[in-house]
Write a protein that binds this ligand. Structure first.
Ligand SMILES: NC(=O)c1ccc[n+]([C@@H]2O[C@H](COP(=O)([O-])OP(=O)(O)OC[C@H]3O[C@@H](n4cnc5c(N)ncnc54)[C@H](OP(=O)(O)O)[C@@H]3O)[C@@H](O)[C@H]2O)c1
Length: 240
């Protein structure tokens, strides 16, 4: 097999799904992964290989990377895209949820990087793309936990870049601003599940009004037969 091979996490929707499609359009062999394999049927139809992968699961990470290397004998690019936003004022977020946030957004990419790097170093080539966020550059109220995870991701990325440079392997950060994906809905769900102290209502309100400043991302429907989510307009009427 001569096609270059990419492994992408978090392909059930949004940026991960669009990334898998883009690699496929460039005729890469693409391993598109998501927690629920049923969410990948549309990507399978356009020629992606698919696999269920929860990035918090050590054994699943090892199994998927082994499969890619066994099938393709190479792994040219890993895109650590899977992630979500645990929003909420820092005091209102239980430590367990902070741990969950880091398990997905920081330890997940770390697990994947550790699994692919031996193969990339052996071949003397490869690129890891870590999807961070503008929130990985500056932290704002009600986003401290999410920002903390992305700051951590970027710090480890910077250190790792220097460590692997002599092996011909590179690691880069992508730091998107707002993009209209399922991210905001998941973040709203996480926020709704918090036990509010009552001390920070201003910041909850700010977060609610902030929603809507988002740009569309073009993707296939989430599942075969399911319509893509309607793009929210950048309407002046939604401004706070
Ligand atoms: N949208 C934005 O405005 C924005 C801005 C800056 C950065 N980002 C970053 O971009 C990345 C992609 O987000 P998105 O905007 O495309 O949101 P999205 O549509 O919600 O997609 C997030 C993806 O991550 C997956 N995921 C979550 N937890 C996972 C886990 N434990 N294991 C495997 N997959 C998991 C989700 O899968 P499930 O379907 O299984 O939940 C989904 O496929 C994230 O890292 C996010 O922090 C997004």
């Amino acid at each position: 097999m001569t096609e270059k091979t990419a492994l992408v996490t978090g392909c059930s929707s949004g940026i991960g799904r669009a990334t898998a499609e883009a690699f496929r359009e460039e005729e890469w062999t693409v391993y598109a992964t998501a927690r629920d394999g049923d969410d990948l049927s549309a990507l399978a139809e356009v020629g992606c290989e698919t696999a269920a992968l929860d990035v918090t699961d050590d054994e699943a990470v090892t199994a998927v990377v082994d499969r890619v290397v066994d099938d393709s004998d190479r792994i040219d690019c890993l895109v650590n895209n899977a992630g979500y936003g645990q929003f909420g004022p820092v005091e209102d977020v239980p430590t367990e949820r902070v741990r969950d946030q880091f398990d997905t957004n920081v330890y997940g990419p770390h697990r994947l990087a550790r699994a692919v790097l031996p193969h990339m170093r052996d071949r003397g080539r490869g690129t890891i793309v870590n999807v961070s966020s503008a929130a990985g550059r500056f932290a704002t109220p009600a986003k401290g936990v999410y920002a903390g995870s992305k700051f951590a991701l970027e710090a480890m990325t910077d250190a790792l870049r220097a460590e692997i440079a002599d092996y011909g392997v590179d690691i880069v950060v992508v730091a998107p601003g707002p993009v209209n994906t399922e991210f905001e809905d998941r973040a709203a769900d996480e926020l709704a599940g918090l036990d509010r102290s009552g001390a920070y209502e201003t910041f909850y309100d700010l977060d609610r009004r902030r929603r809507g400043f988002v740009r569309p991302v073009r993707t296939l429907p989430r599942r075969a037969g399911r319509q893509p989510r309607r793009v929210r307009p950048l309407s002046a009427g939604r401004r706070p």
